[in-house]
Design a protein around this ligand. Structure first.
Ligand code: ADP
Ligand code: GLC
Length: 495
C-alpha cells in the first residue's frame, strides 16, 4: 500500500510526547513489511536537519489558503534506521519558531499552521507523484486532511480512490477555533456553518470533530480509551460525534519500537542488560544514583527502592495526585524518587521543593532529555504513572521491557497493558489502582513495595514484565486491516 502520513511530531526529529514515537514506529514497520510510506511534517526550527541528513530540494509546493496561495519548500530525508521517506515543509512564517506547539496555551495561529500542513500534504503527494491508498492523519493537527480529501482532492485522479483514516492520540486537544478565521482559509462557504453541521461546534469550528465526521475510519490508541471517549466524560464533549460514527471507531493499541527501547542494545545505558543478566539493571541503578543523583557509597548500600517518572508535567499525568502523596511516601517509607519532566511551572515548583527538602532521596530534572529518559527507565525499580486519563501510554510499555515494574491507574491504555501481579499464581507484571485519590495511590505503592526484593516474587515480576511483547509489528498489522476496511468503504461509496 501507499501510505501518506501527516503529523505534527515524529521521533527522533521533533518530539514532545508519545505521538512522535507511535507514528515513527508504525511508519518503520509498514516500510519493513514492504509498504511505501511518505511522512510529511513541518520543518520546525528545532529539527537538526544536518544531524539527520535532510537536504533542501528545489521543489516548492503551492498551498491554496482561501483566495490566495502560500508556499513551502520541500526538504527530503529518511526516518533514521529505515527507508521511510520524510518530507519537511519549510515555511518561515509558520514554522521557524521556538518549539512545536508554542507555550502552554499554544501559538494563537496553530489552527492556521496546521491547516497549512493538512493541505500541503496533498500538494506534496502531487509534486512527488505519490498516489496514496491511504491518507493517515493524527490528532486535531492534521484532522482537516479528512474533509480536504473528501471535499476537494478526491476529484483529482491521484486521490480518487484514496481513503482517509484519522487516529486520535489525545481527544483533549481538539483545535476549537473561530469560524470567521478558518472557514475562508479552507474555502468552506458560510452556508455550511449552521447548528448540526460538521463545521459547527457551539458557535466555533472544532477541527477534530470535522475530522471524525469526514474520516473513513477512526482509530484511537487503545481499546479501553476507545470505549471511554464514547461513553464517559473523557470524550471531552465529542462522545455524541463519535457515536454517530459508531462501528467506524476502533481501538488499536500502540506498539513499541524495540530497536529503540531494549536494555540489551540501548546506546544511552552505561551497562546493557537483559533477562539473562539482571544484575546489569542493578548496575544502572547504582550508576544513576551515584553519578546523576550524587549518592555516596553508604547511601547506595541502603539500596532503597527507586520509583521513577518520565513525563510531561500536566494534569493528564496525575501530577496533582503525586503532589498530594509523595512527600509522605518519601518521609515514611524511605523510598527514593527520580523524575524527569517538563511542563507546568507549578508542578516544577513542588518537585523542586521536595528535592531540596529530601536531597538524599528525591532527584529531579526539568526539560526534555532523551538520554536521561532511558537511564531513569532502566535504573528505576518501579515506574509510577497515576494518570487521570491515558489514551495509551508508551512509557509503561518501555518500562516493562526494562524490567521496571509499573504502578499505574487503571485507565485507558494503562488498563489494557498492565496486569495486576497475583502472588498466588505468579502471574501479572504490575500494580493498578482505580480511584483517583491519594489513598488509592498510596495503597498501590505500599502493596507494590511489599514485593520489593522479596523472592521469588521480585524475580518473577521482572521476568513477567520483560517477557511482555507490545511490539509495533502487531499495531502496524492491525492498521493495515483497518486501511483495507477504509478502502472498502470508499469503494462502496463510489459504487
Ligand atoms: P504522552 O504522549 O502523553 O506524553 P506517552 O507515555 O505515550 O505519553 O509518551 C511519552 C514519551 O515522551 C515517552 O517516549 C517518554 O520517554 C517521553 N518523555 C516524556 N517526558 C520526557 C522528557 N522530559 N524528556 C525526554 N523524554 C520524555
Ligand atoms: C498521546 C497520549 C498517550 C499516547 C500517545 C501516543 O500523547 O497522551 O497516552 O501513548 O499519544 O499515541
Amino acid at each position: 500500500m501507499n501510505i501518506l502520513v501527516g503529523v505534527a511530531e515524529l521521533a527522533p526529529l521533533a518530539k514532545v510526547g508519545g505521538l512522535a514515537d507511535a507514528v515513527a514506529a508504525l511508519a518503520r514497520q509498514w516500510s519493513t513489511m514492504g509498504h511505501r510510506v511518505l511522512v510529511v511534517l513541518p520543518k520546525y526550527r528545532a529539527i537538526d536537519v544536518g544531524a539527520h541528513g535532510f537536504q533542501p530540494t528545489d521543489r516548492v509546493v503551492e498551498v491554496p489558503m482561501g483566495w490566495w496561495r502560500e508556499y513551502a519548500r520541500l526538504w527530503m530525508g529518511t526516518l533514521p534506521q529505515s527507508t521511510v521517506r520524510v518530507c519537511l515543509l519549510e515555511n518561515a512564517d509558520y514554522y521557524e519558531r521556538e518549539g512545536i506547539y508554542g507555550t502552554a496555551e499554544g501559538y494563537a495561529d496553530n489552527d492556521r499552521r496546521f491547516l497549512f500542513l493538512s493541505r500541503a500534504l496533498f500538494e506534496v503527494a502531487s509534486v512527488l507523484e505519490f498516489s496514496p491508498d491511504i491518507v493517515h492523519a493524527h490528532d486535531y493537527h492534521t484532522a482537516l486532511a479528512m474533509p480536504l480529501l473528501k471535499l476537494f482532492y478526491r476529484w483529482q485522479p491521484r486521490f480518487y480512490k484514496t481513503a482517509g483514516v484519522l487516529t486520535i492520540h489525545n481527544i483533549a486537544f481538539q483545535g476549537v477555533t473561530e469560524p470567521a478565521r478558518l472557514l475562508p482559509l479552507l474555502g468552506i462557504p458560510w452556508e455550511e456553518f449552521y447548528p448540526g453541521s460538521p463545521w459547527e461546534y457551539f458557535g466555533a469550528v472544532n477541527m477534530l470533530k470535522v475530522g471524525i465526521l469526514y474520516a473513513d475510519k477512526i482509530a484511537t490508541v487503545s481499546p479501553t480509551y476507545a470505549w471511554e471517549i464514547r461513553s464517559t466524560p473523557l470524550g471531552e464533549g465529542l462522545q455524541g460525534v463519535l457515536n454517530v460514527r459508531g462501528e467506524d471507531v476502533v481501538g488499536i493499541l500502540n506498539g513499541v519500537d524495540y530497536t529503540e527501547w531494549d536494555p540489551a542494545h540501548d546506546r544511552y545505558l552505561p551497562v546493557p542488560y537483559s533477562v539473562q543478566f539482571l544484575p546489569g539493571k542493578q548496575l544502572n541503578k547504582r550508576r544513576l544514583l551515584s553519578e546523576w543523583a550524587g549518592l555516596s557509597e553508604p547511601e547506595l548500600h541502603r539500596n532503597a527502592p527507586l520509583l521513577g517518572m518520565v513525563t510531561r508535567l500536566t494534569e493528564q499525568k496525575g501530577i496533582d495526585l503525586v503532589c498530594h502523596t509523595l512527600e509522605r511516601l518519601v518521609a515514611e517509607l524511605g523510598i527514593c524518587f527520580a523524575l524527569l519532566g517538563s511542563g507546568a511551572s507549578r508542578y516544577e515548583d513542588f518537585f523542586r521543593y521536595l528535592a531540596s527538602r529530601y536531597s538524599r532521596q528525591v532527584f529531579v530534572q526539568f526539560g526534555y532529555n532523551e538520554a536521561l529518559a532511558h537511564k531513569i527507565i532502566a535504573a528505576a525499580d518501579y515506574l509510577l504513572m497515576p494518570s487521570r486519563y491515558e489514551p495509551c501510554g508508551l512509557t509503561q510499555l518501555y518500562a516493562l521491557r526494562y524490567g521496571t515494574i509499573p504502578i499505574v491507574r487503571a485507565v485507558g491504555g494503562l488498563r489494557d497493558t498492565v496486569r495486576q501481579y497475583d502472588p498466588m499464581t505468579g502471574e501479572g507484571w504490575g500494580f493498578l489502582f482505580e480511584d483517583y485519590t491519594p489513598e488509592a495511590l498510596r495503597g498501590a505503592v505500599e502493596y507494590a513495595l511489599s514485593f520489593y526484593n522479596v523472592q521469588p516474587h521480585w524475580e518473577q515480576l521482572r521476568r513477567n514484565a520483560m517477557a511482555c511483547d507490545f511490539s509495533a509489528r502487531r499495531s502496524a498489522e492491525q492498521y493495515l486491516q483497518l486501511f483495507e476496511w477504509a478502502l472498502e468503504r470508499v469503494r462502496a461509496q463510489r459504487a
